[in-house]
Design a protein around this ligand. Structure first.
Ligand SMILES: Nc1ncnc2c1ncn2[C@@H]1O[C@H](COP(=O)(O)OP(=O)(O)OP(=O)(O)O)[C@@H](O)[C@H]1O
Ligand SMILES: [Mg+2]
Length: 269
């Protein structure tokens, strides 16, 4: 369980980037944090892993209050895939990169080898284990970063726009992988995104705007609120746009089959 209460944060004295936000995330759920560029999503992620310190308010993770005393314990529980894959490649090869965190856990070499191979394969990078970062595309680096985070078997994983460089097929693969992991390993998953289609697959969504929560709820209910979506400045995907248009049309909305089919289409995106 993650519990955030009255959290405030600013980088400098000018403006509060996180303005008094509160929310909670139950253990084992998959939650999306949505918001336009600059709304404070990555800052919130940094607060959740203790990379920056809140000005006021509290963060509690599995009963541990975020403070200097607990930070190491919390970092053992929470993993993150950062937004820019270039800034987090630490190994000389893909294999070393995925192994890096595992070495720090001082796991037996045999176990490290097993996990590296398993997770590289899972993200479609099994053939690239001996490649160097400069030989990889942005999307491939993102896949490696995802494998590295998954291999750590943390209780909570935050993906900050971790699929932003993947092609639509890649996004579909990774979102399926996330869903599967969430169901089988019961890891708590937080995906930060501005992609409403991606967020539609999660259990719960929180929409940020200028450092404040402007809406939260089950995505399938939340995303029917057109005013909210407009106010969030998020791009409404074409499929969802058509669905909302149909719901707004007195005649068309009576056609249950059409409404159902359109919705199923959106869920598959
Ligand atoms: N290191 C920093 N120093 C000062 N201001 C910062 C810093 N990092 C971010 N900001 C500011 O904080 C605000 C929120 O930034 P943040 O990166 O959290 O947004 P975001 O929602 O993740 O955006 P994006 O969708 O572009 O990734 C922005 O106005 C940004 O300019
Ligand atoms: Mg960001």
């Amino acid at each position: 369980m993650i519990k955030v209460e009255n959290l405030k944060f600013q980088y400098d004295d000018k403006k509060e980037v996180i303005q008094d936000i509160s929310f909670s995330i139950p253990k084992g759920s998959w939650v999306s944090i949505l918001g336009h560029n600059g709304s404070g999503k990555s800052t919130l992620a940094k607060l959740l892993i203790g990379l920056v310190k809140a000005e006021s308010g509290t963060i509690e993770i599995d009963g541990l209050l975020m403070n200097e005393e607990n930070i190491n314990e919390i970092r053992k529980k929470v993993g993150i895939v950062f937004q820019n894959p270039d800034n987090q490649f630490v190994g000389v090869t893909v294999r070393h990169d995925i192994a890096f965190g595992l070495e720090n856990l001082r796991l037996p070499q045999e176990e490290i080898k097993k996990r590296v191979e398993h997770y590289a394969k899972l993200v479609g990078m099994g053939e690239y284990l001996y490649k160097e970062p400069q030989q990889l595309s942005g999307g491939q680096k993102q896949r490696v970063a995802i494998a590295g985070a998954l291999a750590m078997h943390k209780d909570i994983i935050i993906f900050d726009e971790a699929t932003s460089m993947l092609d639509p097929e890649g996004v579909r693969e990774v979102s399926q992988l996330i869903k599967q992991l969430n169901e089988t390993t019961k890891q708590t998953i937080i995906t930060i995104t501005h992609d409403l289609d991606f967020a539609l697959k999660s259990d719960y969504a929180i929409i940020l705007k200028e450092g404040q929560i402007i809406g939260e709820g089950k995505p399938e209910e939340l995303f029917l609120n057109e005013e909210l979506l407009k106010s969030s400045n998020l791009t409404i995907p074409e499929g969802l746009r058509v669905y909302l248009d149909v719901l707004n049309d007195e005649k068309l909305k009576e056609n249950k089959r059409l409404v159902d089919e359109l919705w199923t289409f959106n869920l598959k995106m």
